[in-house]
Design a protein around this ligand. Structure first.
Ligand code: NAP
Length: 282
C-alpha cells in the first residue's frame, strides 16, 4: 500500500493564514513586526531563499528588510551590521543567511545576534534553552517537522524516532524536539555502523543528510512515518534524501520533496518573527 503523502504546502498555507491574522492584530496594537535578513555575497541558492523569505513576509504583513553585503565584505563590516540591528528597537528578528563566504567567521557572527532576536534559533543561548526544555527560539526546519506531525495527528510519545544527521541546524534540534515530545530518540551520522538496521527500527524516521535518494525502501519499517528534510539538486531537479519510489511503497506516511518540509521552514520563520515582536525571550 502506498504511503499517505504529508502535504506540507497545505499545512504551511493554513499556518501562514493564521500568522497573517496575528500580524494584523499586532499592527493594530501599534507594533509593526520586522524581520531583518543579512545576505552576504552572490550564492544563487541563498539569493532564492532570501527572496522567498522576503515574499512570505510581505504576504503575511510582516516588514522585511534585506541588508546586502559584498562577497568580499570584512568580518568587522558584517559584525557592525549585526550590532546595529541588535540595537534597533524597530527590528524584532535578525537572520544571517548561511552559508557565509569562507573568509568570514560564521560561529562568531551567530554568537553576536541578540538571542531575543535570533529567529533562526542558532544562537547557543537558544540551543541551550531547547536542551534545557526552556522556551526560546527553535530552528525553523525541525520546528516545522513537529508542526507537520501535529497537523497529521501522528503520535510521537513512546515512539522510536531515528534522526539521520546531527547538524546544529536540523539533526540535533530535531532530536531534542522529538525527545521533548517523549519519543525514544536515536541520532545517526556518517560514522554510524549498521545504519539500515537502526533505521528499520524507526516508527518515525527523519532524514537530514544532504544526499539524494539516500534512504531506500529496505531501510524503512513497514508503516513508518518518513520525514524527508533533504533538498538536493540533481540535474536541475529538486529531490530529497529519500528515494521516493521505494520508500512510498513501504512507509505509512511520507513527506514529498518539494511540497513537504521545505514549505514549513518559512512558515516557522514567520511564526518566530511574530513571537520576537510579541516579546518572546527572557
Ligand atoms: P549537514 O550539516 O551537511 O549535515 C548532514 C548530516 O548528515 C551530518 O550530520 C552527517 O554526519 C550526516 N551524514 C552524511 N553522510 C552520512 C551517511 N553516509 N550516513 C549517515 N549520516 C550521514 O546538512 P544539514 O544542514 O543538516 O542539512 C541536511 C539536508 O537538509 C540538506 O539536504 C539540506 O539542504 C536540507 N535542509 C533542508 C531544509 C528545509 O527547509 N527543508 C532546511 C535545512 C536543511 P557527520 O556529522 O558525521 O558528518
Amino acid at each position: 500500500m502506498a504511503a499517505t503523502l504529508i502535504d506540507g504546502r497545505a499545512v504551511a498555507r493554513s499556518l501562514k493564514e493564521e500568522l497573517s491574522v496575528r500580524a494584523s492584530e499586532m499592527i493594530a496594537r501599534g507594533v509593526m513586526p520586522h524581520l531583518a535578513v543579512v545576505l552576504v555575497g552572490e550564492n544563487p541558492a541563498s539569493q532564492v531563499y532570501v527572496r522567498n523569505k522576503e515574499n512570505a513576509c510581505v504576504k503575511a504583513g510582516i516588514r522585511s528588510t534585506v541588508i546586502r553585503l559584498a562577497e568580499d565584505c570584512a568580518q568587522q563590516e558584517l559584525e557592525d551590521v549585526v550590532a546595529s540591528l541588535n540595537a534597533d528597537g524597530g527590528v524584532h528578528g535578525i537572520l544571517v543567511q548561511l552559508p557565509l563566504p569562507g573568509h568570514l567567521d560564521e560561529a562568531r557572527v551567530l554568537r553576536m545576534i541578540d538571542p531575543n532576536k535570533d529567529v533562526d534559533g542558532f544562537h547557543a543561548m537558544n540551543s541551550g534553552r531547547l536542551m534545557n526544555g526552556q522556551p526560546g527560539f527553535v530552528p525553523c526546519t525541525p520546528l516545522g517537522v513537529m508542526k507537520l506531525l501535529e497537523a497529521y495527528d501522528i503520535p510521537v510519545r513512546g515512539k522510536h524516532a531515528v534522526v539521520i544527521g546531527r547538524s546544529n541546524i536540523v539533526g540535533k534540534p530535531m532530536a531534542m524536539l522529538l525527545l521533548a515530545a517523549d519519543a525514544t530518540v536515536t541520532i545517526c551520522h556518517s560514522r554510524t555502523q549498521n545504519l539500515a538496521e537502526i533505521t528499520r527500527q524507526a516508527d518515525i524516521l527523519v532524514a537530514a543528510v544532504g544526499r539524494a535518494d539516500f534512504v531506500t525502501g529496505d531501510m524503512v519499517k513497514p508503516g513508518a512515518v518518513v520525514i524527508d528534510v533533504g533538498i538536493n539538486r540533481v540535474e536541475g531537479k529538486l529531490v530529497g534524501d529519500v528515494d521516493f519510489e521505494s520508500v512510498s511503497a513501504v512507509a505509512g506516511y511520507l513527506t514529498p520533496v518539494p511540497g513537504g518540509v521545505g514549505q514549513m521552514t518559512i512558515a516557522m520563520l514567520l511564526a518566530n518573527t511574530l513571537d520576537a515582536a510579541g516579546g518572546r525571550g527572557e
